[in-house]
Design a binder for this molecule. Sequence first.
Ligand code: NZQ
Ligand code: ZN
Length: 389
Amino acid sequence: MDEFIFQNPTRIYFGPSHEAEIGHIVAQHGKRVLLHFGGASAERSGLLPLIRKELSAAGIEFFELGGVKPNPRLSLVYKGIELCRQHKLDLVLAVGGGSVIDSAKAIAAGARYSGDVWDFYTGKTLPETALAVGTVLTIPAAGSESSPGSVITKEEGLLKRAVNADCLFPRFSILNPKRCFTLPRQQVANGITDIMCHLMERYFTNSKPVEFTDRLIEATLKTVISSAPRVLANPNSYDDWAELMWAGTVAHNNLLNTGRVGDWASHDIEHELSAIYDIAHGAGLAIVTPAWMKYTLKHDLARFAQYAVRVWGVEDNFFDPERTALEGIARLEAFWSSIGQKVRLSGLGIGGDRLAEMARKCTDGDTHTVGHFVPLTSKDIEAIYRLAL
Ligand code: NZQ
Ligand code: ZN
């Protein structure tokens, strides 16, 4: 097990009762708030009206900025920064999914920075301070509700880039599984896929031995795999959503990568797809991850075979671990297909014309490799896209 420092400072309020306390919760961290949200879903569900009422009742002054799109855009972040400066706001309250939360984090860091907030996403510098961020999560997926990450797309050049910094951990996140009841099926599938990928990115590691965290990741994956068909069959099943929502947070709050180095190539390879084709992150991962697995399989057949046996219940073929490993990947593809994902680029109508361009962008023009389990060059990445066609 590798050395590590672990701290996750986000306070989680889990369950239906906490929304009504939001005025009180926010007041512990700020007095002047930017209420940030996406399209119409939180308005329609009654969540936003409730939050407005509770903030007003707690005497909190707030300004609103809606319109965050999936794959959140830099231009709206600039607007949010402007609003925070103009009205001297001290907390950004994100109501929605990963896109709204990531946009809120960008605004919070940008408001405290004299340069261009995009500097954080190019790696020019890291944010050292940010306004407080709080979240009310409406979709289990990205894990941004307790992660130090934010992913933003710059429209010019279609660049989707991430930053990770301690000051971006939300101060608090409110998770009410009942809010998931209104999710469209495809968003449910995207969320499930992303959660599973956060677990698998951590699973495929060169750190060893890591038995304890292996087992935690396997247990979390199995919980997601068993809850997924139940929430799809019965969208009002509180208990199954509760399992999925908490699993989604724990999958990405860094507990499960203690003592190990995760891979993360599939995420970077996917971000190029969602940047150019504006597809959902989870939908892109369902295509990229199996291709990445097939490409890197031989690097550690024993680990892939362990994954197949422990997560998918594949019978171990002691004489042919590659066969065991391949069966694990086939089961993953079959599972994602069963929840409505496409597992090939062609399924989303994406052809092979921009593969080399995406591979080059992913390595910032061949200036670095991607991934830790197997460091990939742009040639490797292009081959992975090709396997995914
Ligand atoms: O905009 P509204 O109307 O709210 O609709 C949203 C949106 O269209 C809808 N939705 C959310 N909650 C709903 C709902 N519809 C009905 N009922 C509800 N309760 O779902 C759609 C997708 O929302 P989005 O926030 O985009 O989804 P998700 O949480 O999957 O976030 C995806 C973004 O997070 C990034 C991804 O790259 C992508 O940009 N990620 C962020 C990470 C992080 N910060 O740590 C890590 C992840 O790996 C990921 O890269
Ligand atoms: Zn993800």
